[in-house]
Design a protein around this ligand. Sequence first.
Ligand SMILES: NC(=O)c1ccc[n+]([C@@H]2O[C@H](COP(=O)([O-])OP(=O)(O)OC[C@H]3O[C@@H](n4cnc5c(N)ncnc54)[C@H](O)[C@@H]3O)[C@@H](O)[C@H]2O)c1
Length: 434
Amino acid sequence: MRIAMIGTGYVGLVSGVCFSDFGHDVICVDKLAEKIDMLNAGEVPIYEPGLDTLMAKNVAAGRLTFTTDLKQAVAGADAVFIAVGTPTRRGDGHADLSFVYAAAEEVAQALTGFAVIVTKSTVPVGTNREVEKRVLAVRPDAPFAVASNPEFLREGAAIDDFMRPDRVVVGVENEQARQVMEDIYRPLNLRETPMVYTTLESAEVIKYAANAFLATKITFINEIADLCEKVGGDVQAVAKGMGLDKRIGGKFLHAGPGYGGSCFPKDTLALTRTAQEHNAPIRIVETVVEVNDARKRQMAEKIITACGDKVGGKKIAILGVTFKPDTDDMRDAPSLTIVPALIGAGAEVSVADPEGRKEGEHLLPGVSWADDAYQAAAEADCVAILTEWNEFRGLDLTRLGQAMRGKLMVDLRNIYRPDVVRDAGFDYVSVGRP
Ligand SMILES: NC(=O)c1ccc[n+]([C@@H]2O[C@H](COP(=O)([O-])OP(=O)(O)OC[C@H]3O[C@@H](n4cnc5c(N)ncnc54)[C@H](O)[C@@H]3O)[C@@H](O)[C@H]2O)c1
């Protein structure tokens, strides 16, 4: 199969690299020349474990190339994947589809023979039919069919998720296009990956429903954690007791500072907007969005309260600013709400994050950056863990305490056992635990 991948962000680049590893010929396109220059120089513009090695292997095998020339990439392709961003549209919370439609129109002009135009970006229901219309408007004779192939990978575990997905969802209503999609994903047959073929609309809804459900699970356990704090329960014990019920499952039941990242916040919001527009409001997700937004602000308050209600003149060391570990992605990270609130309340903030600095430097003005947790904690009154990077899980608490002025740890990811931290002489505050 010959594949053109439009957009080389977190999803496009991982998908392009993995498809080439399946044995397909892949040309990845981006309109950012500096990104393509980096890729052509063998550098990976994002931090994603294992991506550099897999990319180098497939470039060396001659199956993977990078270009800014969309026309050349699309010519002769069996499938053209659109993997551009669909951020929140300013003002109304809908998904901004301008990048998707612009890419589709460019693709229309570049088609040379039959190709499937596959939307991999997360797009609201109805978008694939609109893509079809717009392609036909640009080129009424265009030889193509559309397919919806939403992506479920997680940043930080993206390659494994792509290579061993729980399922692949394909919305397709044209036999020839379905055949192309079957051929592209054939290597996953070996692993007996379930392939879910549906209509375009169902595929589009599946993606939003799945993300909204996971976001709901997180928000649910966060509110249970709040209750535990009031009544003396332990949310980790509660989550375990709940999660062992197979109908519930233990995943996504970790209480924390609220979900962030490039998907859940924008997708939950976009789903509520789509549903309202169709007069079928999803009130449970509307509430999830509200509760999660408020939670990020509450977490700043939690830190301030732990510091004795005043942080003016105090130094707070923040461990982790990316929205989760093993990524450099800062989009909608809780840190973007919490850190400015602490600075606004008068705190001096130092930050350590293994990969977050490049993105974080312009997003978090006014903080000082440290090389590691101990440097960040020097003379600090409080250490607050916002992201559960592995290197923060096994800190030498004696060394940490010695570096600090005060001895307070606020662990918003519950990565430490309260007795261990308290035995090391710290005041310790976590989420939903005594
Ligand atoms: N990031 C994730 O973990 C994840 C997971 C599943 C689904 N998704 C969805 O996948 C889509 C892409 O997300 P992302 O995080 O990879 O986005 P991203 O912002 O990291 O990357 C998008 C890329 O597309 C490029 N681009 C935009 N218009 C283009 C055009 N016309 N031609 C060529 N390149 C163009 C941009 O320059 C950018 O490099 C979104 O809809 C997102 O919701 C993301």
